[in-house]
Design a protein around this ligand. Structure first.
Ligand code: ATP
Length: 210
């Protein structure tokens, strides 16, 4: 019997934007997955700065962004766990929860490829789930050939097969935060309810303005 397919999508989501939902939706359709679980992180382990919005605000914005789309689910697993969260451990949590007749797909954007060699137990992660790289505007086409000596041919083949040609959507959290900090508007990059939440809660304003 064919396995159930579930997509896991982690990130800081600071804030969640239309790029996240569009590419994850396209990737899930390509995979034939029944649902996408968004998993906000406490922080990005490889970035040396903390998210700007609180965990509570980031989670609330995610809930608003996906409220109308039944494909999207939301998990506070990483926010609730004590200590640092490694993707491999999160994948193991969901694998144990859904069982061996479910195949898990972990999504990342192409900007993350160069970081992967610094991820915790990356070879285990490649082996234990389908690590899928999505295209991202402004990033080169993902390619893993240079990592063959590190991770071995079979893993490289698996990664290459799991590259998903998602639409190029030129939106990032960084751009949204910098527009808002400069007193500008970023509504064109956000779900209307998320844009409204940001306005009401006066998020991402520069100190001088808030
Ligand atoms: P920031 O600019 O703050 O780093 P971000 O927009 O990259 O934020 P994250 O929450 O860090 O958002 O992203 C979570 C995941 O989504 C990462 O794997 C990232 O590569 C991917 N991603 C984010 N935006 C896009 C996009 N527009 N196209 C493709 N992938 C994206």
């Amino acid at each position: 019997m064919a396995k159930r397919k579930i997509v896991l999508f982690g990130g800081t989501f600071d804030p969640v934007h239309l790029g996240h939902t569009a590419v994850a939706g396209a990737a899930a359709e390509h995979i034939g997955a029944e649902k996408i679980i968004l998993i906000p992180a406490k922080r990005s382990p490889l970035k040396d700065f903390l998210p700007v919005a609180s965990e509570q605000d980031r989670f609330a914005m995610l809930a608003l962004a996906v409220a109308d789309d039944k494909k999207f689910w939301l998990s506070d697993y990483e926010l609730k766990s004590s200590g640092p969260c490694y993707t491999l451990e999160t994948v193991r949590h969901f694998q144990a929860k859904y069982g061996s007749d479910t195949e898990l797909y972990w999504l990342i954007g192409a900007d993350t490829v160069d970081e992967l060699q610094r991820w915790y137990k990356i070879t285990g992660l490649i082996d234990e789930c389908n690590l899928c790289v999505m295209f991202r505007a402004g990033c080169k086409r993902p390619n893993f050939a240079e990592f063959e000596a590190l991770w071995g041919r079979q893993r490289i083949e698996k990664l290459q097969q799991n590259i998903i040609e998602t639409p190029l959507i030129d939106i990032s959290g960084t751009e949204i935060r910098s527009r808002l900090a400069a007193g500008g508007d970023a509504a064109d990059m956000l779900h209307p309810k998320v844009a409204d939440y940001i306005r009401r809660h006066r998020l991402y304003k520069s100190k001088a303005e808030s």
